[in-house]
Design a protein around this ligand. Structure first.
Ligand SMILES: NC(=O)c1ccc[n+]([C@@H]2O[C@H](COP(=O)([O-])OP(=O)(O)OC[C@H]3O[C@@H](n4cnc5c(N)ncnc54)[C@H](OP(=O)(O)O)[C@@H]3O)[C@@H](O)[C@H]2O)c1
Length: 214
């Protein structure tokens, strides 16, 4: 990867108000070289912490309005974190995860020729989430076709932090199970990652370094 000039790096996080997004933005807010914007339908989350003020929070529905377009055009990086986990059928995944991603990708393709795009896919999911993975793959194909050379895809396992108690518990159980050699190989594809470590890897990618998540 090409090292990136780090000064006022404009990073737009689509879905920055969500669980993963807040983790990334909180982490990047420690570094004044990043100029941070979040786009989501709900805008600024109700969190009483100093880092919140380091982010510009924009309310926009990528599926419905145009408020996101200008800020995305002027970004150095766009990180797409829109992705529903549970839906009743593939059509719903398409509407809620694939459609907004395709709108973003299309806009970057035509209007922002140098903006880089980072998509958070997933390493693996159990069989009952096959449509979740199918939606991820559909977005990945679109990135390959339309943003070749500036589209980046990361493949994390479960991302956990204390703010999501059940996820944290599951991750801890998985980590315990993986201490057993026989289960370690079987469960390797589900290896959880702490949200802060995930955010560290994202920062590396934004700065042009390699990451094991790519
Ligand atoms: N959490 C994990 O363990 C994990 C593991 C692997 C991959 N991932 C992937 O990482 C991404 C983020 O996951 P997460 O757990 O942070 O999900 P999340 O908490 O549900 O966050 C999703 C974010 O997207 C926003 N959003 C949804 N639809 C939108 C739309 N139409 N327009 C604008 N914003 C929209 C949501 O805000 P509003 O509802 O306010 O719009 C929210 O900020 C997903 O793609 C997920 O598949 C997560």
């Amino acid at each position: 990867m090409t090292k990136i000039e780090v000064s006022n790096l404009k990073v737009v996080v689509i879905g920055g108000s969500g669980f993963v997004g807040q983790g990334i933005l909180k982490y990047l807010a420690n570094d004044s070289d990043f100029n941070l914007t979040s786009i989501s339908r709900s805008g600024q989350p109700r969190v009483n912490q100093a880092w919140i003020h380091e982010v510009k929070w924009i309310c926009s529905d990528v599926n419905e309005d145009k408020n996101w377009k200008e800020v995305v055009e002027n970004a150095d990086w766009v990180i797409d974190l829109i992705g529903v986990l549970f839906e009743k059928n593939y059509h719903e995944y398409q509407q809620k995860s694939v459609k907004p991603a395709k709108r973003l990708i299309k806009h970057l393709h035509y209007k922002a020729k140098s903006t880089r795009f980072l998509f958070v896919s997933a390493k693996k999911a159990p069989f009952f989430l096959k449509n979740y993975m199918r939606a991820k793959k559909e977005v990945e194909r679109e990135i390959m076709q339309k943003l070749s050379g500036r589209g980046y895809i990361v493949y994390p396992g479960m991302i956990y932090a204390k703010e999501r108690k059940m996820v944290c518990l599951t991750a801890n159980l998985l980590n315990c199970a993986m201490r057993m050699p026989v289960l370690k190989r079987m469960l390797a594809v589900y290896k959880p990652i702490k949200r802060i470590n995930f955010s560290y890897e994202i920062k590396r990618i934004l700065l042009g370094y390699n990451s094991y998540l790519l």
